[in-house]
Design a protein around this ligand. Structure first.
Ligand code: ADP
Ligand code: ZN
Length: 294
């Protein structure tokens, strides 16, 4: 089996070819510029590679309504040139294969459920904490869509008592993303997140915000695993303090092993590491091929 995979990010695109076991045989990466140039590079890559399906995990928001004329579009992104961009339309012009299409974070959740930290489980939630905050949700064996797709980066959070930062989400100001994404950390402390030392109070605050999101996710969706990826989570010490905050905030309400004794195995980094996104896209491609053969 040869399946194509595209991790379509706002900063860079990764294209790869893999199989049903989650092995990626080859991959390339290039900067995200205009849709014409960037999708053109993807077309060039797959032209000679004979794939049976292509899965795409994309930055969003995106249209996932199968019966909509705008299915396969990136919709209202502020990213220059990409608003109302027909990604699937453009690619399907060149390749007559089934396409899998979902958000980058839903793809990552599916990848982790297929071959990673949530392998063998029926559910997981995947947060990416980077330039923005995204949430992918895999529940009862399916990715969650609904009216659009989860946008868990924009939930409301309670302000930390020592935090004077206003928040920088252009829509909600002090939502989770406005308080805890990489650019919010940088704006609050006047330096890039990767330059802030481990013992700085920034991280306690960061863990406090992320933990609130996790508590909401646990209480509403009850996922069997929570996976935290993205650039900010390179600060691996955050895991311990996020877990502690989650336990403190739940305050004994959920008396289950995953929270009490097993939290180190419950809130975890992506097992697929930097391949979570591309493997997720691969999993979408495999699913699309299966659906087409039904
Ligand atoms: P993107 O979200 O654009 O796909 P990343 O997931 O790498 O990319 O997120 C980029 C953000 O993560 C930036 O705001 C950057 O400051 C932050 N970041 C990257 N590496 C680290 C690190 N080691 N520690 C803390 N923050 C980091
Ligand atoms: Zn917001």
């Amino acid at each position: 089996m040869r399946i194509g995979a595209i991790e379509a990010g706002g900063t860079k695109f990764i294209c790869g070819v893999g199989n049903e076991r989650g092995d990626i045989f080859e991959k390339i990466s290039f900067r995200t510029t205009s849709p014409e140039e960037t999708l053109g590079q993807a077309v060039d890559f797959f032209q000679s590679r004979q794939v049976e399906a292509i899965g795409i995990g994309s930055f969003g928001p995106i249209n996932l309504q199968q019966n909509s004329p705008k299915y396969g579009f990136i919709t209202t992104t502020p990213k220059l040139g990409w608003s109302d961009c027909n990604v699937i339309g453009m690619l399907s012009h060149h390749f007559k294969v089934p396409f899998g299409w979902d958000t980058d974070v839903n793809a990552a959740a599916l990848g982790e459920a297929s071959w990673g930290a949530a392998k063998g489980l029926n559910s997981c939630a995947y947060y990416t904490i980077g330039t923005g905050i995204g949430l992918g949700v895999f529940i009862e064996g399916r990715l969650v869509h609904g009216i659009m797709h989860p946008e868990g980066g924009h939930i409301a959070v309670k302000r930390h008592e020592l935090d004077a930062f206003d928040g920088n989400c252009p829509y909600h100001q002090d939502c989770l993303e406005g308080m805890a994404a990489g650019p919010a950390i940088e704006a609050r402390w006047n330096r890039r997140a990767e330059q802030i030392p481990e013992d700085h109070e920034a991280w306690e605050m960061e863990a406090y915000y992320i933990a609130q999101a996790l508590v909401s996710t646990i209480l509403t969706l009850s996922p069997e695993k929570i996976i935290l990826g993205g650039g900010v989570m390179n600060q691996s010490h955050l895991f311990a303090s996020i877990r502690k905050h989650v336990q403190r905030m739940l305050n004994g309400y959920l008396n289950i092993d995953a929270i009490t004794s097993g939290i180190d195995q419950y809130i975890v980094p992506p097992a697929l590491k930097e391949n979570a996104g591309i493997c997720g896209a691969l999993a979408l491609g495999i699913q699309a091929l299966k659906d087409a053969n039904k």
